[in-house]
Design a protein. Structure first.
Length: 487
């Protein structure tokens, strides 16, 4: 019997709906994560620039980005809470046995979430109500709170990849938990910094992409130039750093999770002088079809020498490794992530060369077309990174300690499919509402800009009447569209 079919036949019926539900909610939530983690920092960079230069345009951009940040945070609360419940509902075996070991990461994330909620509220309320310097200083902890939340989640995930900080008793239950070792596992550092920099890059390109589209549509005023330059520069600076971090995490996987590395590179047998395949499909008998084969490159990338031995999938029994389909998915996701990263590196290099030689932004429409696509490409790369991490670890939910089949809920599969359908409907409504709110905000801001352009005025939202009443702004386009709502 086909190995994949045989393994699927042995899996509990709850596995497919539970995995599908978890994958859908995680893939949906991660779209919001870059803005949640990195937009506070980008906003504060713009805010600080505006205060230092007395630049009303920069302050207006910072204020508007803070409004987007608040809306995104509200949506992220919903999707993140759903994920938290799913850990207990879908994977009770995981939380029941191992929760005492790695659960602290979720606790840290929860505290970071509450702290970030308070700080966002204070930051939003502070516009025009607090002195400029005080308001800016109160916003400075926001990026730290966002990074703390990422710390908690990545601590839990890295533990699942390289579990440490416990011993097992005679019944196989964890005892003698060492929290420090459980948090700072061998994969924590590479995962955490790779993730954080990915969030900075993605948020930078996503925000800059909005203004790149505006540039392509003929909006080439200072507002759009500044709105593009600051986030794009942040992303461009971190793109080469991410290349080095990506190489570091791949080598960490090679050392700590050799079977996952074999899946990422579709290596069937342990050997030296292993070729690199760009894409390609792994078959159950070890044959690889399609793709581009580069002789010896995989061994060279893994250990800087063609003599480097790379562990193959067949080094462990079939029930302890990803099957051919899972390995192919992992490999495609990994290659897609690396490919997008390479293209973003070229885009950042283009930007850097033009700025270094001419001290201005590139003028080519193709640059801005590429920049407009960079945000979407970055989100795809982030999705591919998580696919690589999670699918490549199969069949383990806790690497080499608990399989996914042992952790899955006993709830009837029909109930899980019904839950999946309801979650999809709810998420369609949530993300549709999110998009509608963003489009409404964009329209009101544009109307306000047109009014102020006609009047030849530019208010400074940070320094105008601190602690005092807000300035009256005329209606932009019909009843209810006030200037305050437009900002």
């Amino acid at each position: 019997m086909h190995t994949t079919v045989h393994l699927l036949a042995e899996a509990p019926p709850q596995m497919l709906p539970a995995r599908s539900l978890m994958a859908f909610t995680l893939a949906s939530h991660i779209i919001l994560v870059p803005l949640g983690v990195a937009l506070p920092l980008i906003t504060l960079i713009m805010h600080g620039y505006g205060l230092r230069r007395g630049d009303a345009t920069a302050l207006l951009l910072a204020r508007r980005w803070s409004a987007v940040m608040a809306v995104q945070f509200a949506i992220g609360v919903v999707t993140g809470t759903v994920l938290s419940f799913e850990f207990g509902l879908l994977w009770p075996g995981l939380m029941g046995r191992w929760g005492d070991v790695f659960g602290l990461g979720f606790g840290v994330e929860a505290w970071a979430f509450f702290l970030e909620a308070v700080l966002i509220a204070v930051y939003l309320y502070g516009w025009r109500r607090l002195p400029a310097r005080t308001h800016f200083l109160l916003g400075l902890p926001l990026p730290a709170a966002a990074l703390l939340g990422a710390f908690g989640i990545l601590a839990a995930n890295s533990w699942m990849n390289t579990p440490r900080g416990f011993t097992l008793d005679s019944e196989g239950n964890p005892v003698d938990v060492d929290v420090r070792k459980a948090i700072f596992t061998p994969m924590f550092g590479p995962e955490y910094w790779h993730f954080v920099v990915a969030m900075l890059i993605t948020a930078g390109y996503v925000v800059a992409g909005v203004y790149a589209v505006g540039w392509l549509r003929g909006r080439r005023d200072r507002y759009h130039r500044l709105g593009f330059t600051v986030p794009f520069t942040v992303a461009a600076v971190f793109t080469p750093i991410q290349f080095m971090l990506g190489d570091a995490i791949a080598r960490a996987v090679f050392r700590q999770q050799p079977v996952k590395f074999a899946a990422m590179e579709i290596v069937w047998n342990t050997d030296t002088h292993v070729p690199e395949y760009l894409f390609g499909r792994l078959h159950p008998n070890g044959r690889i079809s399609g793709g581009i084969k580069i002789p010896q490159l995989d061994s060279i990338l893994a250990g800087f020498s063609p003599d480097t031995k790379v562990t193959g999938l067949t080094s462990v029994p079939a029930d302890q490794r990803p099957n051919a389909t899972q390995a192919t998915i992992t490999h495609f996701a990994f290659d897609t992530m690396v490919g997008i990263g390479t293209l973003l590196m070229l885009l950042a290099l283009w930007y850097g060369i033009v700025w270094w030689r001419r001290r201005r932004l590139p003028a080519s429409p193709w640059f801005y077309r590429s920049a407009a696509c960079a945000g979407v490409a970055s989100v795809i790369a982030v999705e591919c990174g998580w696919i690589t991490t999670e699918v490549g670890r199969q069949p383990w939910i806790v690497y080499q300690n608990m399989k996914v089949a042992e952790a899955v809920t006993a709830t009837r599969s029909g109930t899980l499919w019904t839950m999946f359908g309801l979650v999809v409907l709810v998420y369609v409504f949530i993300f549709g509402s999110f998009l509608a709110v963003l489009l409404k905000m964009r329209t009101r801001w544009r109307l306000d800009d047109e009014r102020r352009s006609a009047e030849g005025t530019m208010e400074t939202p940070e320094t105008d009447t601190p602690y005092g009443p807000r300035s009256a702004v005329a209606a932009a386009d019909g009843p209810g569209q006030t200037g305050e709502g437009s900002r």
